[in-house]
Design a protein around this ligand. Structure first.
Ligand code: GH3
Ligand code: MG
Length: 462
């Protein structure tokens, strides 16, 4: 295998380039293992070269971006080409940064340049506050540049007049993915979909459901209440505008409007939305294990309870606790304990397959899984899969009286769609079931059936 330090002069050039610190640079082998990084890694992400040796480029990728990143790198290696993509990357302090990557394959090495896009976005937001006189052309260039930096943001235009939506659609589609709804109902269904818009341009005067009503409904719903709304309307009285803004819209533009101004406003609001999304990701994720944290879990639980009541479907919840984890820490130390928590979290998250399932760290060595549209049989099946998957990890736990490897106990509870109260008591019942699983020997699952409060404990196999 040829070394990338081929000759002295090549080495010298590489050293010079690597002494530059404005962007992240690194060389890895084809497996992604770090061979060389520049000082920008320390400045931007906090890692020194020493900390990265033996580590792999993908070790720090956000779990939700891992599959896409691995796929992208595989494509690159197969095609021997240049590749650009964006993902979330963990810094040393545990927070995630949005990084744009450019990878070149050369022989047996990957030459990689990258940069922190969120920094760019933040500075763009403040630039916009002070430089409102940027001419159209400069702005267009920046738009093109921005859209190549990250996934295109989505704009939903809601107007009953196809002529109105056409004009806006044409002028916005160069920069954003544009969605169109010709009624309030359609707008609500798009906003509640799995791919909601990043901003909504909302007409007020529409038949059946007017824009104010749409706005109210969006704000009442947990999953859509933070969507930014701009009213675009022919109602030009001050009290209509005041009412719209009081309902929570971020802006109010009257027709006829200047396309350039509408575009500039959308751009500013979307830059803020992007920044908020980046911050939100950091507040939703547990810093040690990189899965959802308690805050995120609480938020999703209340959304899923409402959904499940509406649709009359079962909602299941698992409370999971590592067995004799105190003894594990006492035997192997807290750092090993932390590593064990990371592994367990990763397995819990990756064993859940449905897009609506959520694995979260409840606190300490306790985890929880939210399983929408899952009855008690389904919940028992998933719980058993998780129990086996953790045992199969074979993390040595010599001091455990249960087994010589790390095991978990699981309490499961399922709401009963015909009993409203069962939703509110879901957590307590899952917790009670966990207590029973612990009391009856650990490394097992215990199920609470909320309709009858019948309880059964399933003994561990193996
Ligand atoms: P049981 O089988 O009954 O659950 O016993 P246990 O020892 O797991 O339960 P206990 O509640 O007595 O102890 C939990 C331990 O988990 C104690 C605490 O030090 C450890 N722990 C909690 N959070 C963390 C963490 O973030 N890192 C590490 N390393 N340990 C943690
Ligand atoms: Mg425990």
């Amino acid at each position: 295998m040829k070394s990338f330090y081929d000759t002295n002069s090549q080495n010298e050039i590489l050293e010079r380039i690597f002494s530059l610190t404005l962007g992240l640079l690194c060389v890895t082998n084809l497996n992604g293992q770090f061979l060389k990084v520049n000082a920008a890694w320390k400045i931007t992400l906090g890692y020194s070269m020493n900390e990265l040796t033996q580590k792999n480029l993908i070790d720090f990728v956000h779990p939700n971006d891992l599959d896409a990143t691995l796929f992208a790198i595989k494509e690159l290696i197969n095609q021997n080409d240049v590749l650009n993509f964006t993902n979330r990357y963990r810094s040393k302090e545990g927070t995630y940064c949005y990084i744009e990557w450019e990878l070149h394959r050369y022989g047996n090495f990957l030459y990689i340049a990258a940069r922190d896009i969120a920094q760019t976005k933040i500075s763009e937001v403040s630039n916009q506050e002070f430089k409102n006189n940027i001419d159209e052309k400069q702005e267009q260039n920046r738009n093109n540049h921005e859209s190549s930096l990250s996934k295109r943001q989505r704009v939903l235009i809601v107007d009953d007049s196809p002529l109105n939506t056409k004009v806006l659609e044409q002028s916005l589609s160069g920069d954003y993915d544009v969605l169109v709804a010709h009624s309030g109902m359609k707008a609500l269904s798009i906003a509640n979909s799995t791919e909601p818009p990043d901003i909504i341009l909302l007409d007020i005067v529409m038949p059946e459901m007017n824009g104010y009503e749409v706005c109210k409904k969006l704000h009442l719903n947990q999953s859509t209440k933070e969507l930014p709304i701009i009213f675009l309307t022919s109602l030009n009285q001050a009290d209509s505008e005041e009412y719209g803004l009081k309902l929570g819209a971020i802006d109010y533009i009257t027709k006829p409007f200047s396309i350039a101004i509408v575009k500039a406003k959308i751009k500013n609001h979307l830059a803020l939305k992007y920044y908020q999304d980046v911050l939100k990701i950091n507040t939703d994720v547990d810093q040690l294990t990189n899965i959802a944290n308690r805050r995120r879990f609480d938020e999703m639980l209340s959304i899923e309870i409402k959904k499940s009541k509406r649709t009359g479907s079962h909602l299941s919840l698992l409370m999971i606790d590592i067995d004799h984890f105190k003894l594990y820490n006492d035997t192997y130390g807290h750092l090993e304990g932390d590593e064990c928590l990371r592994k367990v979290a990763f397995i819990l998250k990756s064993t859940l397959k449905r897009p609506g399932d959520l694995a979260a760290r409840w606190g300490g060595e306790e985890f929880t899984c939210l399983l929408p549209d899952t009855d008690n049989k389904g919940a028992a099946k998933i719980a058993e899969l998780l129990r086996i998957a953790i045992m199969d990890l074979r993390i040595l736990h010599n001091s455990s009286p249960v087994k010589k490897v790390v095991t978990i106990s699981i309490g499961a509870a399922t709401s009963n769609p015909s009993d409203e109260a069962s939703y509110e008591t879901l957590l307590r019942h899952a917790d009670d079931a966990l207590y029973k699983a612990k009391a009856s020997g650990r490394n097992r699952i215990s199920i609470e059936q909320l309709s009858t409060y019948a309880h059964r404990s399933i003994k561990a196999i193996g």
